[in-house]
Design a protein around this ligand. Structure first.
Ligand code: GLC
Length: 735
């Protein structure tokens, strides 16, 4: 439909109908169930208002969506189509690795592929928009939603965010066969104080702009159709009622002109934040802040009409919001075809196909990170007798916390993947994912363990006997998927007690033990590191996780993941990340000196157990010195940086070559180093290739003391190496 026709339609709509378009309801409201999540929502939404809703969240499945679309359009005064949205975060039916794992691929190709497939599968089943990518920068492993992010670094997050948007939205004018993307959560939801869910965020404006906003900007520049607000406050003002954040920063400075949706009841939560005394005031603040779509609070439908009539808000603000919503529906082609081809397509043809699962297997392999491999413990040989022990041997809960529409039963368990290798393998459960007598309360399901400690001790004893009788042991352990995701902050980020007992019992009888760790966050795995010879961090690898683990363990695939988030030595270190400032009492990387008056802990190392960008493969690589095509550049002049990387091992391997920059002196203190580029090289044994990067002063910009975003002349070091602690550097000057 042409823009002017949208404006004619808008002009013809009643105020109540316009406000209805600004209401998004959970599909449970149309199924006569209670709200499925979030704070209790006392929607005073009467029956007839229900049918005014412009959007429904959480409905998927062609039949239900067709039925709802038909029912609602019939009742809509202008028969305006509903826009259907849901959380497709790391897959619809084919589930991919969680985004934190996807970040470890350092591959825009993988990220785009994941976005493309999850969009195709869910669009084929009727969906219009997904609430993804989640691009919040994360540096605190206590927070449960780190699993949804691509990690701690602004540059990596930005590259992954844009790739996900490209994949999700596809290239069609109407996102044909794909979805609109809704980038979330604006802004800085990933920095809650103390890692506690929904907690307040305390950031300087400079840190907000320099570290937390770039990934949203990248998603907006990639054309993200929507943005979602965050639950947290910034400067003690809730984001969802924050005009500075939403109108000045997001719309004016960052150039976002799409639909801005609140998070679930976040408008209603302006009252619990204590900044609005009632729903009407909450509605006023949110609309003034530019929130177009009210997700499940009922504040807009319950308060805006009166506010207009009382002259407390301008109807133009409502018209602006509704026009953006109508534009979104128009961009999706809904006015021409409210069913987006659902009637004439065989939806099944796109969904859970062999090809999609093969790509999920590749993404899972690419995302796993080999942290240790002493004595060439891995890859395993098929003639070795290996005991695979732990809750993740058979358990298929490896899809991650936001994979509601995936079918856990269709996941490939590790034992299946391993058996298919035809190796000498025996299996023992050893203990549960959950401690005896414990219940974990999840988003859509709970996990409980009714076994007694006596039963678990017997299982552990049996597993140890089996372990003693084998050449090697591989423990498959970690945290349950519902220990991460929304509402799952943890103060203790170690593996469960029962699994610690299993680790002790098995490694006591067989020193030839490795561990595969399943987790949605960086865990404190000091004890695992002390007791094992090899560690593969598998994250939550998705539907094909069991195949991917077996492929890597038996060397049919090479581990190539690099950490997207630092693994802390202990929870006492968090937030811990590589890009910290040096402080005035700097301690060199890993150095231990008696002088107590330095910026460090007295009872543990300063450095994380494993740093950002770290990971091993099954071969080794050497790096030449960094080469620069000039020793100094002027503003805007490119600097070419190159190294030669050689595969010095005996197997083909893929290396993620990372480029960092240090700004030695600035008008404000600068991070010790910042990622500014990466590239992946696959090399045969003995083969060498050059990694070449182009840097300009654009890459060196930051918020100066006067808060101007620009580069400053001075001395810099460019580092190129295998991870964030590389010592392979070269100086240059910016004039
Ligand atoms: C949740 C989450 C958000 C999600 C939304 C809809 O509370 O914060 O990420 O997209 O509600 O499910």
């Amino acid at each position: 439909m042409k823009e002017e026709k949208l404006r004619v339609l808008l002009k013809d709509m009643s105020l109540k109908e316009k406000i209805g378009q600004m209401m998004q309801l959970d599909v449970s409201c149309f199924r006569n169930e209670g709200p499925v999540t979030g704070s209790e929502v006392d929607q005073e939404i009467a029956g007839e208002d229900l049918t005014l809703a412009g959007s429904i969240l959480g409905a998927v499945g062609a039949e239900e969506i067709k039925d709802l679309q038909k029912r609602c359009m019939e009742k809509q005064p202008h028969h305006i189509p509903i826009v259907f949205m849901a959380d497709i975060i790391n897959g619809y039916k084919t589930i991919f690795p969680i985004p934190l794992a996807l970040g470890c691929t350092f591959s825009q190709e993988d990220a785009r592929m994941v976005g493309d497939i999850m969009a195709k599968e869910s669009a084929a089943d009727g969906l219009h928009v997904t609430f993804a990518p989640m691009v919040d920068l994360v540096r605190d492993a206590r927070w449960g939603r780190v699993m949804e992010s691509t990690g701690e670094d602004p540059y990596l997050n930005s590259r992954m965010a844009e790739a996900m948007v490209w994949g999700i939205q596809g290239e069609g004018e109407h996102y044909e066969g794909h979805l609109g993307a809704c980038t979330k959560h604006f802004a800085a939801y990933g920095a809650p104080t103390a890692g506690k869910e929904y907690n307040n965020v305390e950031l300087s404006e400079r840190t907000l702009r320099e570290d937390y906003l770039p990934s949203y900007q990248a998603a907006i520049d990639a054309g993200s159709a929507m943005v979602m607000t965050s639950f947290n406050t910034l400067d003690r003002i809730p984001a969802t009622g924050n005009q500075w954040l939403m109108r000045k920063i997001l719309r004016e400075e960052m150039g976002f002109d799409g639909v801005l949706v609140s998070d679930y009841n976040a408008i209603g939560e302006l009252m619990t934040h204590g900044v609005a005394e009632d729903k009407k005031e909450a509605a006023r603040q949110a609309l003034e802040a530019g929130i177009d779509l009210d997700m499940m609070s009922g504040c807009y439908i319950g308060g805006l009409e009166e506010l207009v009539k009382e002259g407390k808000i301008r109807e133009e603000l409502i018209d602006e919001a509704v026009l953006r919503i109508l534009r979104l529906k128009n961009r999706l082609g809904l006015f021409e075809d409210p069913y987006r081809g659902l009637e004439d397509q065989d939806t099944a043809r796109e969904i859970f196909t062999e090809e999609n699962r093969a790509k999920a297997r590749k993404a899972a392999v690419d995302s796993m990170v080999l942290l240790e491999n002493q004595e060439g413990f891995l890859p395993l040989k098929k003639e070795e007798k290996v005991a695979f022990i732990g809750p993740f041997v058979e358990d298929k809960h490896i899809l991650g916390a936001w994979s509601f529409f995936g079918d856990i039963e269709q996941a490939v368990a590790c034992c299946q993947g391993i058996k298919e290798k035809g190796a000498q393998a025996v299996f023992e459960r050893g203990c549960g994912m959950v401690n005896p007598g414990q219940t974990l309360y999840g988003f859509r399901y709970n996990m409980t363990n009714t076994e007694s400690w006596e039963e678990i001790d017997a299982l552990i004893e049996r597993a140890a006997k089996t372990a003693a009788d084998c050449d090697k042991v591989v423990l498959l352990i970690g945290e349950a998927p519902i220990q991460t995701g929304e509402g799952s902050s943890r103060g203790d980020i170690t593996i469960p007690e029962a699994q610690k007992k299993l680790l002790d019992a098995v490694t006591k009888v067989n020193k030839n033990t490795a561990a595969v760790i399943f987790a949605g966050r960086p865990l404190d795995i000091r004890d695992v590191k002390e007791k094992t010879k090899a560690i593969l961090y598998a994250w939550m690898p998705g539907t094909e996780g069991g195949h991917a683990v077996a492929d890597i363990l038996y060397g049919d695939a090479e581990p190539q993941g690099r950490l997207s988030m630092s693994l802390p030595w202990s929870v006492g270190q968090v937030p811990v990340f590589y890009g910290e400032l040096s402080t005035g009492r700097h301690i060199e990387d890993g150095e231990w000196v008696e002088n107590r008056f330095l910026s460090r802990y007295s009872d543990m190392p300063n450095q994380p157990l494993y740093p950002f960008g770290y990971g091993l493969g099954y071969t080794e690589f050497s790096y030449s010195e960094v080469r620069l095509d000039k020793e100094e550049i002027r503003m805007g002049e490119p600097l070419q940086v190159s190294v030669t990387v050689k595969n010095t091992g005996s197997r083909r391997g893929t290396e993620t070559v990372q480029l960092y920059v240090t700004d030695k002196v600035g008008s404000v203190a600068r991070p010790m180093r910042q990622l500014k580029g990466f590239t992946k090289l696959t090399l045969e044994p003995g083969e060498s290739k050059d990694a070449v990067f182009d840097l300009t002063s654009e890459d060196l910009r930051f918020y100066t003391r006067s808060m101007e975003y620009k580069a400053e002349p001075g001395d810099f070091i460019v580092w190129v190496g295998a991870n964030s602690r590389t010592k392979n550097g070269k100086k240059f000057k910016l004039r």
